[in-house]
Design a protein around this ligand. Structure first.
Ligand SMILES: Cc1cc2nc3c(=O)[nH]c(=O)nc-3n(C[C@H](O)[C@H](O)[C@H](O)COP(=O)(O)O)c2cc1C
Length: 176
């Protein structure tokens, strides 16, 4: 199958982060999910072309900031359409170093933040499926509603670029 029909599966939206020598890196992902309960493990699908991919590999951990419906679309444009290779995405943004792994987390930008230690990395072709054990996490905005990928498309009129696993070939459209 060349293209998976849009809207078939449901997802959220997250900022996936890693660091190298204390410098923070990160990008938007929609493919993140819990894989086991004991211990709690999370999987993320990250494109090999994303700079964040290399940073997760080198630091062996990743952070996940769960975005809510009140997310500023400019944050998605910055983290989802620009690369840390050329832009310092964290400039002017308040972030914290995770207590357990040192990965960047953005409590003020999301509703929940998690720190995960990579336990497995599965080669999925264009993407690597990183599985990580959650070592630390906190809910920073209990009243917020998590954003779904559908909400991002339908309400915020957002699109996804080529490196998103759910890319539908519409990246040429203008991002609102
Ligand atoms: C809505 C949305 C969803 C995305 N989902 C993913 C994803 O699940 N996995 C992925 O590898 N990239 C995904 N991306 C693409 C990356 O965020 C994008 O390639 C980013 O520019 C990479 O930045 P980096 O090079 O600094 O890591 C998504 C982008 C957007 C806007």
């Amino acid at each position: 199958m060349e293209r998976f029909p849009e809207g078939t599966l449901s997802y959220g939206l997250y900022i996936l982060t890693a660091c190298e020598n204390g410098i923070p890196f990160g990008c938007i992902v929609n493919v993140a999910f819990q894989v086991t309960a004991s211990p709690v493990k999370i999987a993320v699908s990250c494109s090999r072309d994303n700079f964040t991919h290399d940073k997760i590999k080198s630091c062996g951990a990743f952070g996940l900031t769960v975005l809510s419906e009140s997310v500023d679309p400019a944050l998605i444009r910055l983290f989802g359409f620009k690369s840390g290779r050329t832009v310092d995405k964290f400039e002017g943004i308040r972030w914290e170093k995770g207590e357990k792994t040192g990965v960047p987390i953005l409590p003020e930008k999301g509703m929940t933040v998690l720190e995960c230690r990579v336990t497995n990395a599965f080669d999925a072709g264009t993407h690597t499926l990183f599985v990580g054990e959650v070592e630390n996490g906190k809910i920073t905005d209990p009243s917020a509603k998590e954003i779904t990928y559908r909400y991002y498309h339908k309400v915020l009129k957002g699109i996804a670029p080529k490196n998103a696993p759910t890319y539908t070939g519409k990246a040429h459209l203008k991002q609102p």
